[in-house]
Design a binder for this molecule. Structure first.
Ligand SMILES: [Zn+2]
Length: 476
């Protein structure tokens, strides 16, 4: 058994089980043996094989990302940031998903690049909501991440024939086939020798899955003790469409069909019935989330780019919603998402006290772990998994490190992440990803993005070119 000692960490975020919150400790030793933390305390005098000098470090638990799409988001760099449709309340989701289609080689390069970005921003656990590609399991295992594999399936697909309407192609049988395939895929991931992979049941969107399929997902989750994740209340378009179909909000419908539970995580539950842009007759969605123990995956960046925001992070938290963070967009930088969440919450609530660094840190660690049904992740205590991050306090952007969590969230972000361990294995060493070739992946993605751009007229409903949908920032 190999034991690693981080000697005299200048700062450390340790878990206080009696209070159920993180707490600062100074000049403390953190010891892990194989995949588990074995000791946290001053003046360790037991056995160790490797020693790391912690005097320049803030040691914290690895961050938990509960919502991401690594297989395509990086391919939208330069394409997505300013794209949206005014006819659809400024969301660009539907037009973009239809017009821009990345091929399989591109998806692989994209995932490799995203996994690297995630590790560099201190993410150790990743819920990866993606398509069932043949290389997926091996790649995420190789990255060193703790992978929560969420293979997507649905009973229908969206499409557009004009700028203002979303249409659906229903095919229950195809949805069922992919559901069966996803079940096999999750089992394959769970059998991977790394022992770091597990499955998440992922019916893709509340509006693209039939009630029967969603009910079967709930039954499977209970039978196999797996979490479920889906997209719900992610756009005004979706809210109105579900209200038209069922006469109630998407979350109320989810509640009625038994989808809400402590196993369930909704990305993104922004457009709930009480949201100021919805103006619905009820104001009960947030209580439905709380009463059912449903978690919310909060990914502020993509929505903020459309001009949208949750109202607000602090309100959900005070009500008792379990929140975690995700990166629903490139860059895959969970620390920047935490920063944006604080700022947007304050703007939406007009209240500086609504959300702070400790609240988002809680969500990005134990909040995420809870949504994935894990109590051994997101915290530094003896017995927890050895998923931990050393933040470099010598970086000028972190100094003065009077309050290292504030230095990290408001200032340094990924630039200050120096060393990352997952399952006790070194995966980021001195700011470099150990097991992935990010430069090579970026090169392959550049070529794949060109192919994707060339194919846009084939997929777009008006046969437009990419530059007519999402122009460059400056005239060329
Ligand atoms: Zn998403």
């Amino acid at each position: 058994m190999t034991t690693t000692l981080i000697r005299s960490a200048r700062w450390c975020a340790v878990w206080d089980a009696s209070q159920s919150h993180h707490r600062y400790a100074q000049n403390i030793d953190v010891v892990f043996s194989e995949d588990k933390i074995s000791h946290i305390g001053p003046n360790y005098d037991g056995h160790w094989d490797h020693e790391i000098d912690g005097r320049d470090s803030f040691v914290m638990p690895g961050l938990i990302n509960i919502h991401s799409h690594p297989q395509h988001e990086p391919s939208y760099r330069g394409i997505r940031e300013e794209h949206g449709r005014p006819e659809m309340y400024d969301t660009g989701l539907y037009e973009r998903s239809q017009a821009f289609a990345l091929d399989d080689d591109g998806c692989q390069a994209s995932a490799e690049l995203a996994y690297g970005e995630l590790l560099l921003s201190g993410v150790t656990s990743l819920a990866d909501l993606s398509s069932m590609s043949s290389w997926w399991i091996d790649l995420i295992a190789r990255s060193g991440l703790r992978g929560f594999i969420a293979p997507g399936f649905a009973s229908s697909r969206w499409y557009m024939e004009n700028f203002h309407e979303l249409k659906f192609n229903w095919n229950e049988e195809a949805g069922r086939k992919n559901f069966d395939k996803a079940i096999k895929f999750m089992s394959e991931a769970e059998a991977h020798p790394s022992g770091r992979l597990s499955g998440v049941i992922y019916p893709m969107q509340i509006d693209t899955c039939s009630e029967d399929l969603l009910r079967d997902c709930v039954a499977l989750a209970e039978e196999t003790d797996r979490p479920i994740t889906t997209h719900a209340s992610q756009s005004q378009v979706e809210f109105l469409l579900m209200a038209k179909r069922h006469g109630i909000s998407p979350i109320k419908w989810a509640s009625n069909i038994g989808l809400l539970s402590p196993r369930t995580t909704l990305g993104h539950a922004i457009f709930v019935d009480e949201h100021p842009s919805i103006g619905w007759r009820t104001k009960e969605d947030v209580s439905l989330l709380v009463d059912s123990g449903t978690s919310v995956a909060h990914c502020p960046s993509p929505f903020a780019r459309y001009g949208h925001a949750m109202a607000d992070f602090g309100r959900y938290r005070r009500a008792g919603v379990n929140l975690g963070f995700g990166t629903d967009v490139t860059p895959h930088n969970l620390i920047e998402e935490m920063r944006l969440a604080i700022i947007l919450a304050r703007v939406m609530a007009n209240d500086i006290k609504t959300t702070d660094a400790s609240m988002v840190f809680h969500a990005a660690t134990v909040g995420g772990a809870k949504s994935l049904l894990r109590d051994d992740l997101g915290k530094l205590e003896a017995g927890a998994k050895a998923d931990l991050v050393l933040v470099d306090l010598t970086q000028t952007i972190m100094r003065p490190a009077h309050d290292p969590l504030k230095s990290l969230i408001y200032h340094g972000a990924d630039r200050a992440v120096k060393t990352v361990f997952v399952d006790g294995e070194l995966v980021v060493d001195d700011g470099k990803v150990v097991h992935l070739d990010m430069a090579d992946a970026a090169g392959r993605l550049e070529v794949a993005q060109q192919r994707m751009l060339k194919d846009v007229p084939k997929h777009d409903f008006l046969g437009r070119e990419a530059k007519d949908i999402t122009p460059l920032s400056l005239d060329l």
